[in-house]
Design a protein around this ligand. Structure first.
Ligand code: GAR
Length: 199
């Protein structure tokens, strides 16, 4: 798992694994590009290996080569980005093609990039939500595995909307990770079609 901050999506996945909701899964490594990411401590208190690989001052691919090297030591079947606030280089994507998931707090392709909840409010949409998608070379644009809709309320602030979206993020990220790990999907063009068994 790669993260940069709070780590609530990481915790949700870790709890799903611990509760058997993602059968036969194990979180083998958490990597943060920020030293003070609270998610690191939350991993360590669960007995999960957590490493800081500082990104400051490094060029994108040089940094990604360090992260890929750390991941190669543990050979993950899936790399989950959970509030990882960096764009992956083509090099990184190539090493783990089809095995990287991201969670984004909007109904993509609406509102990619930073502050998606604020973008949604400012645009005036009545529904927003979250998206789990495969990561490719384009920002927030890979094939969509799962989405959940969250209604926008008139009284919402970016914070209140973000909080309700976050509940749905925690729910669908585990579901999507399970589907992908169990191979219960096939890809047709941009569409991820859910199936009953391994493709
Ligand atoms: C989550 O809302 C996640 O969707 C968002 O950052 C937050 C991380 O929270 N990610 C992005 O905006 C990626 N573009 P967390 O650290 O508590 O999981």
């Amino acid at each position: 798992m790669l993260l940069s901050g709070r780590g609530s999506n990481f915790v949700a996945l870790a709890e799903s694994v611990a509760a058997g909701r993602i059968p036969n899964a194990e979180i083998v490594l958490v990597v943060s590009n920020r030293e003070n990411a609270p998610g690191l401590e939350r991993a360590r208190e669960r007995g999960i290996a957590a490493r800081v690989i500082p990104s400051k001052g490094l060029e994108r691919e040089a940094y990604d080569r360090m992260v890929v090297a750390a991941l190669e030591e543990v050979k993950p079947e899936l790399v989950c980005l959970a509030g990882y606030m960096r764009l992956l280089s083509p090099y990184f994507v190539e090493q783990f093609r089809g095995k990287i998931l991201n969670i984004h707090p909007s109904l993509l392709p609406a509102f990619p990039g930073l502050e998606a909840q604020r973008q949604a409010l400012e645009h005036g949409v009545k529904f927003s939500g979250c998206t789990v998608h495969f990561v490719d070379e384009t920002l927030d644009a890979g094939a969509i595995v799962m989405q959940a809709v969250v209604p926008v309320r008139d009284a919402d602030t970016p914070e209140s909307l973000a909080e309700r979206i976050l509940d749905e993020e925690h729910r669908i990220y585990s579901e999507a990770a399970r589907i992908v790990l169990e191979g219960r999907y096939r890809i047709e063009g941009r569409r991820v079609i859910l199936t009953s068994g391994k493709a």
